[in-house]
Design a binder for this molecule. Structure first.
Ligand SMILES: Cc1cc2nc3c(=O)[nH]c(=O)nc-3n(C[C@H](O)[C@H](O)[C@H](O)COP(=O)(O)OP(=O)(O)OC[C@H]3O[C@@H](n4cnc5c(N)ncnc54)[C@H](O)[C@@H]3O)c2cc1C
Ligand code: SF4
Length: 485
């Protein structure tokens, strides 16, 4: 390391890639900032102080070798930087785009604590891997020596795809089943293009297909096969199905026309970006154009709905959240982006009822209770309570419910009552092996953790693949005929 390439955090101010003007970006679904030019990437990487104990790495769920690839970037050794960053992650350019870095690597950067502003780790990570794709440095997926054992992965989200990649690398025949017609899980149909452009996801999927992983798209476990049938087909199974049961809002009028689920709204919008025909969008039901939109919720899903509605040309977009800004679960960065693009946040408010004015029962207004923060609950968070100040009304032609997701009832849906689940419906796994209550059936990602983050799903996919490999090696050793078959 040379003093003139690194430790430049005092002389070189923090600088993220410039965002496009809010009016321009509200017109399309492209990502809101371009990536760095090479000089900027090198300069920003050179701000790293090369700590002995890098807290960024500690707080990155993948334990990426961040200071090392920042140093290589600052030295102009981009290919090596890419190879190192790729060594611990199956999707570095995706994490660079959508990790909440302020809560993970960047939020724990030592120079952030000194008041100089964190190293822009995510933006450099995105730069390195996007450059690698363009330069042809991203290697094809090469399967290891064939083991003649097969694995079935249920769910093609980041957890399933990451596990599939590692398992193929170990030499297994890997089959991925997904009920959607495209792989990627929430990367494809949940997260909007302005955070993650779809070709970035699809090139990852295509690489896995080219590496011999067999995708069964449009295949729903539960209706196209039972879990028992898949177990009979494969030597091990991974459940990586995510969480999709939308939390309900139980207030009068919640069955009014125009009150829709967040994921239906976002999926329709993402499908339109692929050029698909989407009847519920094309007939206007899931299109915010020309409407007064109210989004209910304060997490990342709510932020994505707000910003999608703006891009679809909504007349007004309000977001109702029962706590205040400081106590919302969503990223502050995303709130700022949404405000810049024209969204109004109505903090400390919760729906009281939805009213309709026509015979068809279409929603016309949201009546919201004002809230205030009361005493802290068991978790230490101040619980919202109704403020006696009285409700407020706001016009609404489209209400989007974004209150979060729980696990679907898999044992029931898959005719597998012996599959152990928690009281929240998430799949129970042994903490060491990540195996469920069923021999040879493993689970990873949101279906184990509950709604979480892409980077955690990737980490789980990596861990579960290693555990499945161990299990399968032991299985093959116990019945050599199987391996030789
Ligand atoms: C709108 C939204 C925005 C988000 N934004 C961010 C963000 O900015 N940053 C971030 O880090 N995280 C974000 N997240 C969270 C992140 O997307 C998830 O934590 C992550 O995708 C979980 O990965 P997974 O592989 O466990 O599940 P998923 O990505 O949900 O994938 C599960 C897959 O399983 C398939 N499946 C389900 N049931 C079946 C079945 N019965 N048969 C066959 N296939 C089935 C589904 O079709 C899906 O493709 C967001 C989530 C949402 C909803
Ligand atoms: S994976 Fe996420 S947390 Fe880890 S270095 Fe990249 S952006 Fe930071």
């Amino acid at each position: 390391m040379t003093a003139d390439t690194m430790l430049k955090f005092v002389a070189m101010p923090q600088s993220y890639p410039e965002k496009r003007a809010a009016e321009a970006r509200a017109e399309d679904f492209r990502e809101i900032a371009d990536r760095y030019a090479i000089v900027q990437a090198e300069e920003q990487a050179g701000r790293c102080s090369q700590c002995g104990v890098p807290y960024c790495t500690v707080h990155c769920p993948l334990h990426n070798h961040i200071p090392d690839w920042l140093r290589l970037t600052a030295e102009g050794r981009l290919r090596e930087a890419y190879e190192l960053s790729n060594a611990t992650s199956t999707m570095p350019e995706i994490c660079g785009r959508i990790c909440p870095q302020d809560r993970l690597c960047e939020g724990n950067c030592v120079i952030e604590f000194t008041g100089h502003g964190a190293v822009t780790i995510g933006s450099v990570e995105k730069f390195i891997t996007d450059t690698a794709w363009e330069e042809g440095w991203v290697e094809p997926l090469v399967p290891g020596p064939a083991r003649r054992l097969s694995v079935g992965v249920i769910g093609a989200g980041p957890a399933g795809l990451s596990a599939a990649e590692y398992l193929r690398g170990y030499g297994y025949d890997v089959h991925v089943y997904d009920r959607h017609d495209r792989a990627g899980g929430l990367l494809t149909y949940g997260i909007p293009g302005f955070k993650l452009e779809k070709p970035v996801v699809m090139r990852r999927v295509d690489r896995l297909k080219a590496g011999g992983i067999v995708f069964h798209e449009g295949f729903a476990v539960g209706s196209d096969a039972t879990l028992a049938e898949l177990r009979a087909r494969h030597d091990a199974i991974l459940i990586a199905t995510g969480v999709y049961k939308a939390r309900a809002i139980d207030v009068p009028g919640s069955d009014a026309g125009g009150v829709v689920e967040a994921l239906d709204f976002l999926t329709a919008s993402n499908r339109k970006s692929f050029g698909d025909a989407v009847p519920a969008f094309d007939d206007g039901s899931l299109d915010a154009s020309g409407k007064n939109v109210v989004v209910i919720g304060g997490g990342d899903t709510a932020m994505d709905c707000v910003r999608t509605a703006i891009r679809q040309g909504a007349t007004s977009v309000r977001c109702l959240y029962r706590r205040d800004r400081a106590n919302m679960p969503g990223s502050q960065r995303e709130v700022t982006n949404a405000e810049e693009e024209g969204a109004e946040f109505v903090w400390l408010s919760a729906p009281h009822s939805f009213t309709s004015a026509d015979e068809a029962g279409s929603v016309a207004a949201v009546r919201a209770n004002r809230m205030r923060l009361g005493a802290a609950d068991a978790s230490g968070r101040r619980a919202p309570e109704v403020d006696p100040g009285g409700p407020v009304d706001m016009p609404a032609d489209l209400v989007i419910k974004a209150l979060g997701f729980d696990a679907e009832a898999l044992p029931h849906l898959w005719d597998a009552p012996e599959l152990g689940v928690t009281r929240w419906g998430t799949v129970l796994v042994d903490n060491k092996t990540l195996m469920t209550s069923l021999d040879g059936v493993f689970a990873a990602g949101d279906i184990v953790r509950g709604a979480s983050l892409v980077v955690w799903a990737i980490r789980d996919g990596r861990d579960v693949a290693a555990s499945m490999h161990k299990y399968l090696k032991a299985k093959a050793a116990a019945s050599p005929a199987k391996e030789a078959a």
